[in-house]
Design a protein around this ligand. Structure first.
Ligand code: NAD
Length: 494
Protein backbone atom coordinates (compact mmCIF):
# COMPACT_ATOMS: atom_id res chain seq x y z
CA UNK A 1 0.00 0.00 0.00
CA UNK A 2 1.29 3.49 -0.85
CA UNK A 3 2.44 5.50 2.15
CA UNK A 4 2.23 9.27 1.78
CA UNK A 5 5.14 10.75 3.67
CA UNK A 6 6.39 14.25 4.42
CA UNK A 7 8.18 16.72 2.13
CA UNK A 8 11.09 18.34 3.90
CA UNK A 9 13.87 20.39 2.28
CA UNK A 10 12.82 19.36 -1.21
CA UNK A 11 12.54 15.61 -0.67
CA UNK A 12 10.03 13.10 0.61
CA UNK A 13 10.98 11.78 4.00
CA UNK A 14 9.62 10.15 7.14
CA UNK A 15 9.92 6.85 8.93
CA UNK A 16 6.13 6.28 8.98
CA UNK A 17 6.37 4.83 12.49
CA UNK A 18 2.71 5.75 12.93
CA UNK A 19 0.28 5.80 10.00
CA UNK A 20 -3.33 6.75 9.39
CA UNK A 21 -5.65 5.28 6.72
CA UNK A 22 -6.58 7.33 3.63
CA UNK A 23 -9.86 6.22 2.06
CA UNK A 24 -11.30 6.30 -1.39
CA UNK A 25 -14.72 7.58 -0.30
CA UNK A 26 -16.38 6.20 -3.44
CA UNK A 27 -15.43 2.59 -2.57
CA UNK A 28 -14.93 2.82 1.18
CA UNK A 29 -11.54 1.18 0.78
CA UNK A 30 -8.46 2.38 2.71
CA UNK A 31 -6.34 2.51 -0.43
CA UNK A 32 -3.43 4.51 0.93
CA UNK A 33 -1.93 5.39 4.28
CA UNK A 34 -0.33 8.56 5.49
CA UNK A 35 2.59 8.97 7.88
CA UNK A 36 1.72 10.81 11.09
CA UNK A 37 4.63 13.13 11.91
CA UNK A 38 6.15 12.95 15.36
CA UNK A 39 7.13 16.11 17.22
CA UNK A 40 10.75 15.41 16.17
CA UNK A 41 9.81 15.19 12.47
CA UNK A 42 7.87 18.44 12.67
CA UNK A 43 10.99 19.91 14.25
CA UNK A 44 13.01 18.82 11.20
CA UNK A 45 10.56 20.55 8.87
CA UNK A 46 10.63 23.74 10.94
CA UNK A 47 14.44 23.64 10.98
CA UNK A 48 14.49 23.27 7.18
CA UNK A 49 12.13 26.22 6.79
CA UNK A 50 14.11 28.33 9.23
CA UNK A 51 17.39 27.57 7.45
CA UNK A 52 15.90 28.44 4.03
CA UNK A 53 14.31 31.71 5.12
CA UNK A 54 17.29 34.15 5.04
CA UNK A 55 18.22 33.27 1.44
CA UNK A 56 14.59 33.29 0.27
CA UNK A 57 14.02 36.64 1.92
CA UNK A 58 17.14 37.96 0.18
CA UNK A 59 16.03 36.69 -3.25
CA UNK A 60 14.91 39.37 -5.67
CA UNK A 61 11.22 40.08 -6.04
CA UNK A 62 11.49 39.40 -9.77
CA UNK A 63 12.88 35.92 -9.08
CA UNK A 64 10.09 35.23 -6.60
CA UNK A 65 7.43 36.40 -9.05
CA UNK A 66 8.92 34.15 -11.70
CA UNK A 67 8.20 31.08 -9.52
CA UNK A 68 4.52 32.03 -9.37
CA UNK A 69 4.25 32.61 -13.10
CA UNK A 70 5.72 29.16 -13.75
CA UNK A 71 3.58 27.56 -11.06
CA UNK A 72 0.48 29.05 -12.62
CA UNK A 73 1.39 27.47 -15.93
CA UNK A 74 1.99 24.07 -14.31
CA UNK A 75 -1.31 24.16 -12.46
CA UNK A 76 -3.23 25.17 -15.57
CA UNK A 77 -1.58 22.47 -17.71
CA UNK A 78 -1.97 19.70 -15.13
CA UNK A 79 -5.33 20.58 -13.63
CA UNK A 80 -6.80 17.21 -14.61
CA UNK A 81 -3.98 15.27 -12.97
CA UNK A 82 -4.36 17.20 -9.73
CA UNK A 83 -8.16 17.01 -9.84
CA UNK A 84 -7.94 13.21 -10.14
CA UNK A 85 -5.80 13.09 -6.98
CA UNK A 86 -8.36 15.22 -5.15
CA UNK A 87 -11.25 13.02 -6.26
CA UNK A 88 -9.43 9.82 -5.27
CA UNK A 89 -9.15 10.93 -1.63
CA UNK A 90 -11.89 13.54 -1.14
CA UNK A 91 -14.58 12.02 -3.34
CA UNK A 92 -15.87 15.24 -4.97
CA UNK A 93 -16.67 14.96 -8.68
CA UNK A 94 -13.82 15.67 -11.10
CA UNK A 95 -15.36 18.87 -12.49
CA UNK A 96 -15.71 20.22 -8.95
CA UNK A 97 -12.10 19.25 -8.16
CA UNK A 98 -10.95 21.05 -11.32
CA UNK A 99 -12.98 24.08 -10.22
CA UNK A 100 -11.14 24.04 -6.90
CA UNK A 101 -7.80 24.04 -8.74
CA UNK A 102 -8.88 27.02 -10.85
CA UNK A 103 -9.89 28.98 -7.74
CA UNK A 104 -6.48 28.12 -6.24
CA UNK A 105 -4.79 29.42 -9.39
CA UNK A 106 -6.35 32.82 -8.60
CA UNK A 107 -4.25 32.95 -5.44
CA UNK A 108 -1.10 32.12 -7.41
CA UNK A 109 -1.93 34.90 -9.90
CA UNK A 110 -2.41 37.32 -7.03
CA UNK A 111 0.94 36.32 -5.53
CA UNK A 112 2.65 36.83 -8.90
CA UNK A 113 1.86 40.54 -8.48
CA UNK A 114 4.12 40.72 -5.43
CA UNK A 115 6.20 43.60 -6.78
CA UNK A 116 3.15 45.77 -6.50
CA UNK A 117 1.86 44.20 -3.30
CA UNK A 118 5.04 44.67 -1.29
CA UNK A 119 5.46 48.38 -2.10
CA UNK A 120 5.95 50.53 0.96
CA UNK A 121 5.05 54.19 1.52
CA UNK A 122 7.17 57.32 1.68
CA UNK A 123 6.56 60.82 2.97
CA UNK A 124 9.04 63.52 2.10
CA UNK A 125 9.86 66.41 4.46
CA UNK A 126 7.84 65.34 7.51
CA UNK A 127 10.17 67.74 9.31
CA UNK A 128 12.92 69.96 7.92
CA UNK A 129 15.27 67.64 6.01
CA UNK A 130 13.56 64.55 7.40
CA UNK A 131 11.83 61.84 5.34
CA UNK A 132 9.90 58.75 6.49
CA UNK A 133 9.32 55.52 4.64
CA UNK A 134 7.85 52.14 5.52
CA UNK A 135 8.71 48.67 4.24
CA UNK A 136 6.99 45.31 4.59
CA UNK A 137 9.27 42.53 5.75
CA UNK A 138 8.46 38.82 6.14
CA UNK A 139 7.53 37.45 9.56
CA UNK A 140 9.74 34.34 9.26
CA UNK A 141 8.41 30.77 9.29
CA UNK A 142 4.66 30.35 8.80
CA UNK A 143 2.58 27.30 9.78
CA UNK A 144 -0.34 26.50 7.47
CA UNK A 145 -2.91 24.00 8.78
CA UNK A 146 -5.68 23.04 6.37
CA UNK A 147 -9.00 21.10 6.27
CA UNK A 148 -10.03 18.14 4.13
CA UNK A 149 -12.66 19.86 2.02
CA UNK A 150 -10.38 21.90 -0.28
CA UNK A 151 -7.04 20.05 -0.34
CA UNK A 152 -5.65 22.27 -3.14
CA UNK A 153 -7.38 25.62 -2.84
CA UNK A 154 -7.05 26.23 0.90
CA UNK A 155 -3.30 25.40 1.01
CA UNK A 156 -2.87 27.86 -1.89
CA UNK A 157 -4.89 30.50 0.02
CA UNK A 158 -2.06 30.50 2.55
CA UNK A 159 1.10 29.26 0.91
CA UNK A 160 1.07 31.53 -2.16
CA UNK A 161 0.93 34.84 -0.27
CA UNK A 162 3.16 33.66 2.60
CA UNK A 163 5.94 32.66 0.21
CA UNK A 164 5.50 35.75 -1.98
CA UNK A 165 6.15 37.89 1.09
CA UNK A 166 9.51 36.19 1.70
CA UNK A 167 8.46 33.73 4.39
CA UNK A 168 9.07 30.02 4.44
CA UNK A 169 6.28 27.59 5.27
CA UNK A 170 5.47 24.33 7.01
CA UNK A 171 2.14 23.07 5.66
CA UNK A 172 0.13 20.48 7.62
CA UNK A 173 -2.69 19.32 5.31
CA UNK A 174 -5.67 17.24 6.36
CA UNK A 175 -4.75 13.63 7.09
CA UNK A 176 -7.89 12.59 5.19
CA UNK A 177 -6.65 13.72 1.74
CA UNK A 178 -2.94 14.53 2.01
CA UNK A 179 -1.65 13.65 -1.49
CA UNK A 180 -2.57 16.97 -3.12
CA UNK A 181 -0.27 18.89 -0.75
CA UNK A 182 2.71 16.72 -1.70
CA UNK A 183 1.83 17.25 -5.38
CA UNK A 184 1.73 21.02 -4.80
CA UNK A 185 5.10 21.00 -3.04
CA UNK A 186 6.65 19.15 -5.98
CA UNK A 187 5.03 21.58 -8.44
CA UNK A 188 6.47 24.56 -6.53
CA UNK A 189 9.89 22.85 -6.69
CA UNK A 190 9.51 22.34 -10.45
CA UNK A 191 8.54 26.00 -10.78
CA UNK A 192 11.89 26.95 -9.25
CA UNK A 193 11.14 27.35 -5.54
CA UNK A 194 14.33 26.62 -3.55
CA UNK A 195 14.31 23.59 -1.26
CA UNK A 196 13.15 24.25 2.28
CA UNK A 197 10.89 27.21 1.40
CA UNK A 198 7.78 25.00 1.36
CA UNK A 199 7.75 21.90 3.57
CA UNK A 200 4.84 19.54 4.18
CA UNK A 201 4.34 17.50 7.34
CA UNK A 202 1.50 15.04 7.46
CA UNK A 203 -0.34 13.87 10.52
CA UNK A 204 -2.85 14.88 13.11
CA UNK A 205 -3.02 16.73 16.39
CA UNK A 206 0.51 15.77 17.46
CA UNK A 207 1.94 17.51 14.39
CA UNK A 208 -0.31 20.55 14.86
CA UNK A 209 0.64 20.95 18.52
CA UNK A 210 4.34 20.72 17.64
CA UNK A 211 3.85 23.62 15.20
CA UNK A 212 1.88 25.71 17.68
CA UNK A 213 4.43 25.22 20.45
CA UNK A 214 7.57 25.87 18.40
CA UNK A 215 9.41 29.12 19.12
CA UNK A 216 10.50 29.17 15.48
CA UNK A 217 6.98 29.54 14.07
CA UNK A 218 6.06 33.22 13.79
CA UNK A 219 2.54 33.02 12.36
CA UNK A 220 -0.21 30.43 12.08
CA UNK A 221 -2.89 30.26 9.38
CA UNK A 222 -5.61 27.72 10.11
CA UNK A 223 -8.81 26.73 8.33
CA UNK A 224 -11.09 24.04 9.77
CA UNK A 225 -13.96 23.48 12.17
CA UNK A 226 -14.88 26.07 14.79
CA UNK A 227 -13.89 24.16 17.96
CA UNK A 228 -10.43 23.40 16.54
CA UNK A 229 -10.08 26.94 15.15
CA UNK A 230 -10.81 28.42 18.56
CA UNK A 231 -8.39 26.06 20.35
CA UNK A 232 -5.66 26.80 17.80
CA UNK A 233 -6.22 30.53 18.07
CA UNK A 234 -5.89 30.40 21.86
CA UNK A 235 -2.82 28.14 21.94
CA UNK A 236 -0.93 29.94 19.18
CA UNK A 237 -1.75 33.37 20.63
CA UNK A 238 -0.70 32.24 24.11
CA UNK A 239 2.62 31.28 22.53
CA UNK A 240 3.04 34.81 21.18
CA UNK A 241 2.27 34.13 17.51
CA UNK A 242 0.08 36.06 15.15
CA UNK A 243 -2.78 33.81 14.16
CA UNK A 244 -5.77 33.70 11.84
CA UNK A 245 -8.06 30.73 12.43
CA UNK A 246 -11.05 30.33 10.12
CA UNK A 247 -13.83 28.12 11.42
CA UNK A 248 -17.14 26.59 10.42
CA UNK A 249 -20.31 28.07 9.05
CA UNK A 250 -24.08 28.01 8.78
CA UNK A 251 -24.79 30.05 5.68
CA UNK A 252 -28.27 31.50 5.19
CA UNK A 253 -29.77 32.31 1.80
CA UNK A 254 -32.67 34.75 2.01
CA UNK A 255 -35.30 34.67 -0.73
CA UNK A 256 -37.50 37.77 -0.89
CA UNK A 257 -41.04 37.64 -2.34
CA UNK A 258 -39.94 39.66 -5.40
CA UNK A 259 -37.08 37.29 -6.30
CA UNK A 260 -36.85 35.13 -9.40
CA UNK A 261 -38.15 32.03 -7.59
CA UNK A 262 -37.11 29.58 -10.26
CA UNK A 263 -33.58 30.99 -10.33
CA UNK A 264 -33.45 30.98 -6.54
CA UNK A 265 -34.53 27.32 -6.37
CA UNK A 266 -31.83 26.32 -8.86
CA UNK A 267 -29.22 28.37 -6.94
CA UNK A 268 -30.26 26.78 -3.63
CA UNK A 269 -29.90 23.26 -5.02
CA UNK A 270 -26.45 24.06 -6.47
CA UNK A 271 -25.19 25.78 -3.34
CA UNK A 272 -26.63 23.33 -0.81
CA UNK A 273 -25.72 20.05 -2.46
CA UNK A 274 -22.61 20.86 -4.56
CA UNK A 275 -19.59 18.97 -3.21
CA UNK A 276 -22.11 17.06 -1.03
CA UNK A 277 -22.51 20.16 1.13
CA UNK A 278 -18.89 19.87 2.29
CA UNK A 279 -18.09 23.50 1.55
CA UNK A 280 -17.67 26.16 4.20
CA UNK A 281 -19.65 28.47 1.90
CA UNK A 282 -22.42 25.94 1.17
CA UNK A 283 -25.93 27.21 1.76
CA UNK A 284 -27.37 25.19 4.64
CA UNK A 285 -30.34 27.39 5.63
CA UNK A 286 -32.88 28.77 3.20
CA UNK A 287 -34.83 31.69 4.65
CA UNK A 288 -38.12 31.99 2.79
CA UNK A 289 -39.71 35.42 3.29
CA UNK A 290 -43.47 35.96 3.06
CA UNK A 291 -45.36 33.65 0.75
CA UNK A 292 -42.46 32.29 -1.37
CA UNK A 293 -41.87 29.15 0.70
CA UNK A 294 -44.27 26.70 -0.94
CA UNK A 295 -43.15 27.48 -4.50
CA UNK A 296 -39.52 27.48 -3.45
CA UNK A 297 -39.73 24.14 -1.64
CA UNK A 298 -41.51 22.61 -4.62
CA UNK A 299 -38.89 24.04 -7.02
CA UNK A 300 -36.11 22.50 -4.95
CA UNK A 301 -37.87 19.17 -4.42
CA UNK A 302 -38.45 18.69 -8.14
CA UNK A 303 -34.81 19.46 -8.93
CA UNK A 304 -33.55 17.05 -6.26
CA UNK A 305 -35.24 14.23 -8.10
CA UNK A 306 -32.97 14.88 -11.10
CA UNK A 307 -29.64 14.89 -9.20
CA UNK A 308 -27.20 12.16 -10.14
CA UNK A 309 -25.13 10.90 -7.21
CA UNK A 310 -22.23 8.55 -7.82
CA UNK A 311 -18.44 8.14 -7.90
CA UNK A 312 -16.61 11.40 -8.57
CA UNK A 313 -14.72 9.76 -11.42
CA UNK A 314 -17.96 9.11 -13.35
CA UNK A 315 -18.57 12.12 -15.64
CA UNK A 316 -22.32 11.59 -15.19
CA UNK A 317 -22.12 12.16 -11.40
CA UNK A 318 -23.05 15.61 -10.10
CA UNK A 319 -22.38 14.79 -6.44
CA UNK A 320 -19.97 12.31 -4.87
CA UNK A 321 -19.75 10.62 -1.48
CA UNK A 322 -18.96 12.14 1.92
CA UNK A 323 -15.44 12.09 3.33
CA UNK A 324 -15.76 9.23 5.85
CA UNK A 325 -18.24 6.62 7.01
CA UNK A 326 -18.50 8.31 10.43
CA UNK A 327 -19.24 11.66 8.84
CA UNK A 328 -21.89 10.12 6.60
CA UNK A 329 -23.59 8.56 9.64
CA UNK A 330 -23.39 11.83 11.58
CA UNK A 331 -25.02 13.73 8.69
CA UNK A 332 -27.76 11.10 8.48
CA UNK A 333 -28.46 11.43 12.22
CA UNK A 334 -29.51 15.08 11.75
CA UNK A 335 -32.10 14.08 9.17
CA UNK A 336 -33.52 11.27 11.28
CA UNK A 337 -33.65 13.57 14.32
CA UNK A 338 -35.37 16.49 12.54
CA UNK A 339 -38.89 15.01 12.57
CA UNK A 340 -38.74 14.50 16.35
CA UNK A 341 -37.72 18.15 16.73
CA UNK A 342 -40.91 19.20 14.95
CA UNK A 343 -39.58 19.84 11.44
CA UNK A 344 -40.94 18.28 8.22
CA UNK A 345 -38.60 16.09 6.18
CA UNK A 346 -39.65 16.83 2.59
CA UNK A 347 -36.90 14.72 1.00
CA UNK A 348 -35.10 12.11 3.10
CA UNK A 349 -31.80 11.35 1.37
CA UNK A 350 -30.80 8.85 4.02
CA UNK A 351 -33.34 6.39 2.59
CA UNK A 352 -31.59 6.34 -0.77
CA UNK A 353 -29.56 3.17 -1.29
CA UNK A 354 -26.26 2.86 -3.10
CA UNK A 355 -24.31 -0.14 -4.34
CA UNK A 356 -21.00 -0.98 -2.64
CA UNK A 357 -19.37 0.37 0.52
CA UNK A 358 -18.78 3.98 -0.55
CA UNK A 359 -19.67 6.79 1.86
CA UNK A 360 -22.70 7.94 -0.14
CA UNK A 361 -25.85 9.57 1.14
CA UNK A 362 -28.73 11.13 -0.77
CA UNK A 363 -29.64 14.79 -0.41
CA UNK A 364 -32.22 15.97 2.14
CA UNK A 365 -34.62 18.89 2.33
CA UNK A 366 -36.17 19.80 5.67
CA UNK A 367 -38.96 22.36 5.98
CA UNK A 368 -40.37 24.11 9.04
CA UNK A 369 -36.99 24.41 10.75
CA UNK A 370 -36.64 26.84 13.64
CA UNK A 371 -33.79 28.14 15.82
CA UNK A 372 -33.13 25.83 18.74
CA UNK A 373 -33.42 22.66 16.63
CA UNK A 374 -30.12 20.77 16.22
CA UNK A 375 -30.59 20.71 12.48
CA UNK A 376 -30.57 24.54 12.61
CA UNK A 377 -27.90 25.17 15.24
CA UNK A 378 -25.11 22.76 14.21
CA UNK A 379 -22.88 22.87 11.17
CA UNK A 380 -23.90 19.58 9.52
CA UNK A 381 -21.43 19.79 6.61
CA UNK A 382 -23.42 17.48 4.38
CA UNK A 383 -26.16 17.59 1.73
CA UNK A 384 -28.93 18.76 4.06
CA UNK A 385 -30.87 21.98 3.41
CA UNK A 386 -33.04 23.44 6.16
CA UNK A 387 -35.90 25.81 5.28
CA UNK A 388 -36.90 28.48 7.80
CA UNK A 389 -40.11 30.40 7.03
CA UNK A 390 -40.27 34.04 8.18
CA UNK A 391 -42.78 36.82 7.64
CA UNK A 392 -40.50 39.76 6.86
CA UNK A 393 -37.09 41.02 5.77
CA UNK A 394 -36.53 42.24 9.33
CA UNK A 395 -37.16 38.77 10.75
CA UNK A 396 -34.73 37.27 8.21
CA UNK A 397 -31.93 39.67 9.19
CA UNK A 398 -32.55 39.15 12.91
CA UNK A 399 -32.33 35.39 12.40
CA UNK A 400 -28.97 35.64 10.62
CA UNK A 401 -27.53 38.16 13.06
CA UNK A 402 -28.50 35.97 16.04
CA UNK A 403 -26.69 32.97 14.54
CA UNK A 404 -23.33 32.07 16.07
CA UNK A 405 -21.62 31.82 12.67
CA UNK A 406 -21.04 34.61 10.15
CA UNK A 407 -19.18 33.18 7.18
CA UNK A 408 -21.31 33.75 4.07
CA UNK A 409 -24.87 34.76 3.27
CA UNK A 410 -26.93 35.69 0.24
CA UNK A 411 -30.08 37.57 -0.60
CA UNK A 412 -32.21 36.88 -3.67
CA UNK A 413 -34.28 39.89 -4.69
CA UNK A 414 -34.98 42.16 -7.65
CA UNK A 415 -35.02 45.22 -5.40
CA UNK A 416 -31.73 47.13 -5.24
CA UNK A 417 -32.81 49.00 -2.14
CA UNK A 418 -33.47 45.79 -0.23
CA UNK A 419 -30.15 44.35 -1.35
CA UNK A 420 -28.30 47.48 -0.25
CA UNK A 421 -30.01 47.46 3.14
CA UNK A 422 -29.13 43.78 3.58
CA UNK A 423 -25.48 44.53 2.88
CA UNK A 424 -25.64 47.28 5.49
CA UNK A 425 -27.48 45.27 8.16
CA UNK A 426 -26.15 41.74 8.04
CA UNK A 427 -23.41 40.60 10.44
CA UNK A 428 -21.61 38.26 8.08
CA UNK A 429 -18.20 38.55 6.41
CA UNK A 430 -19.16 37.66 2.83
CA UNK A 431 -22.42 38.62 1.18
CA UNK A 432 -23.94 37.60 -2.15
CA UNK A 433 -26.67 39.49 -3.98
CA UNK A 434 -28.36 36.90 -6.19
CA UNK A 435 -25.06 34.98 -5.86
CA UNK A 436 -25.44 31.97 -3.56
CA UNK A 437 -21.75 31.21 -2.87
CA UNK A 438 -20.01 34.59 -2.67
CA UNK A 439 -16.38 33.42 -2.41
CA UNK A 440 -14.40 36.59 -3.21
CA UNK A 441 -12.04 36.54 -6.21
CA UNK A 442 -8.32 36.43 -5.44
CA UNK A 443 -7.90 40.22 -5.49
CA UNK A 444 -10.15 40.52 -2.41
CA UNK A 445 -9.79 38.70 0.89
CA UNK A 446 -11.91 35.87 2.30
CA UNK A 447 -13.18 35.65 5.85
CA UNK A 448 -16.19 35.32 8.07
CA UNK A 449 -17.29 37.05 11.25
CA UNK A 450 -18.20 35.74 14.70
CA UNK A 451 -17.42 32.04 15.24
CA UNK A 452 -16.35 31.68 11.62
CA UNK A 453 -13.03 33.46 12.19
CA UNK A 454 -10.76 33.95 15.18
CA UNK A 455 -8.21 36.69 14.64
CA UNK A 456 -8.43 39.98 12.80
CA UNK A 457 -7.12 39.17 9.31
CA UNK A 458 -9.08 37.63 6.51
CA UNK A 459 -7.24 35.16 4.32
CA UNK A 460 -5.61 35.53 0.86
CA UNK A 461 -5.81 38.77 -1.12
CA UNK A 462 -4.69 42.12 0.33
CA UNK A 463 -5.23 41.16 3.98
CA UNK A 464 -2.84 38.24 3.59
CA UNK A 465 -0.02 40.63 2.66
CA UNK A 466 -0.67 42.44 5.93
CA UNK A 467 -0.80 39.16 7.86
CA UNK A 468 2.40 37.70 6.42
CA UNK A 469 4.55 40.83 6.76
CA UNK A 470 5.82 43.08 9.52
CA UNK A 471 5.91 46.76 8.89
CA UNK A 472 9.11 48.69 9.52
CA UNK A 473 9.12 52.48 9.51
CA UNK A 474 12.36 54.35 8.86
CA UNK A 475 12.91 58.03 9.66
CA UNK A 476 15.88 59.55 7.81
CA UNK A 477 17.87 62.76 8.00
CA UNK A 478 21.04 63.33 5.97
CA UNK A 479 23.76 65.74 7.18
CA UNK A 480 23.00 69.10 5.58
CA UNK A 481 25.87 71.24 6.90
CA UNK A 482 23.71 73.11 9.44
CA UNK A 483 25.42 73.39 12.83
CA UNK A 484 24.64 70.48 15.18
CA UNK A 485 22.68 71.38 18.34
CA UNK A 486 21.93 69.53 21.56
CA UNK A 487 18.17 69.48 22.31
CA UNK A 488 16.79 67.34 25.15
CA UNK A 489 13.16 68.03 24.18
CA UNK A 490 10.95 65.37 22.59
CA UNK A 491 11.41 65.55 18.78
CA UNK A 492 8.67 67.73 17.36
CA UNK A 493 7.97 68.15 13.68
CA UNK A 494 6.69 71.72 13.74
P1 NAD B 1 -11.01 19.93 11.26
O1 NAD B 1 -11.11 21.09 12.19
O2 NAD B 1 -11.39 18.59 11.76
O3 NAD B 1 -9.48 19.78 10.76
C1 NAD B 1 -8.76 20.86 10.21
C2 NAD B 1 -7.27 20.64 10.46
O4 NAD B 1 -7.02 20.63 11.87
C3 NAD B 1 -6.74 19.32 9.91
O5 NAD B 1 -5.45 19.54 9.38
C4 NAD B 1 -6.70 18.43 11.15
O6 NAD B 1 -5.67 17.45 11.07
C5 NAD B 1 -6.41 19.40 12.26
N1 NAD B 1 -7.02 19.02 13.54
C6 NAD B 1 -8.19 18.34 13.73
N2 NAD B 1 -8.45 18.22 15.04
C7 NAD B 1 -7.44 18.83 15.70
C8 NAD B 1 -7.15 19.04 17.07
N3 NAD B 1 -7.96 18.59 18.03
N4 NAD B 1 -6.03 19.71 17.39
C9 NAD B 1 -5.22 20.18 16.42
N5 NAD B 1 -5.44 20.00 15.10
C10 NAD B 1 -6.53 19.34 14.74
O7 NAD B 1 -11.80 20.31 9.93
P2 NAD B 1 -12.14 19.39 8.69
O8 NAD B 1 -13.16 18.39 9.09
O9 NAD B 1 -10.87 18.92 8.04
O10 NAD B 1 -12.77 20.46 7.70
C11 NAD B 1 -14.13 20.83 7.71
C12 NAD B 1 -14.35 22.08 8.53
O11 NAD B 1 -13.56 23.14 8.02
C13 NAD B 1 -15.78 22.58 8.48
O12 NAD B 1 -16.15 23.01 9.76
C14 NAD B 1 -15.72 23.75 7.52
O13 NAD B 1 -16.72 24.72 7.68
C15 NAD B 1 -14.39 24.30 7.84
N6 NAD B 1 -13.88 25.11 6.75
C16 NAD B 1 -13.90 26.46 6.91
C17 NAD B 1 -13.45 27.27 5.89
C18 NAD B 1 -13.45 28.75 6.05
O14 NAD B 1 -12.89 29.40 5.21
N7 NAD B 1 -14.04 29.32 7.07
C19 NAD B 1 -12.98 26.71 4.69
C20 NAD B 1 -12.99 25.32 4.56
C21 NAD B 1 -13.43 24.53 5.60
Amino acid sequence: MTTIRHFIHGAESGEAARTLPVYDPATGEAHRQVAAASTAEVGEAIAAAKAAQPAWRASSLIKRADVFFRLRQLLAERTDELAAIVTSEHGKVLSDAAGEVSRGIENVEFAAGLLHLLKGERSEQVSRGVDVHSVKQPVGVVAAITPFNFPVMVPLWMVASAIACGNTVVLKPSEKDPSAAIWLARAFQEAGLPDGVLNVVNGDREAVDALLDSDDIAAVSFVGSTPVAQAIYQRAAANGKRVQALGGAKNHMVVMPDADIDGAAAAAVSAAYGSAGERCMAVSVLVAVGDVADDLVEGIRSRIAQLRIGPGTDPASEMGPLITREHRDRVASYVSGAEAEGATVVVDGTRKTFEGDGFFVGVSLIDGVRPGMKVYEDEIFGPVLAVVRVDSYQEAVELINANAFGNGTAIFTRDGGTARQFEFDVEVGMVGVNVPIPVPVGAFSFGGWKKSLFGDSHIYGPESIHFYTRSKVVTTRWPDHTPAQVDLGFPSNH
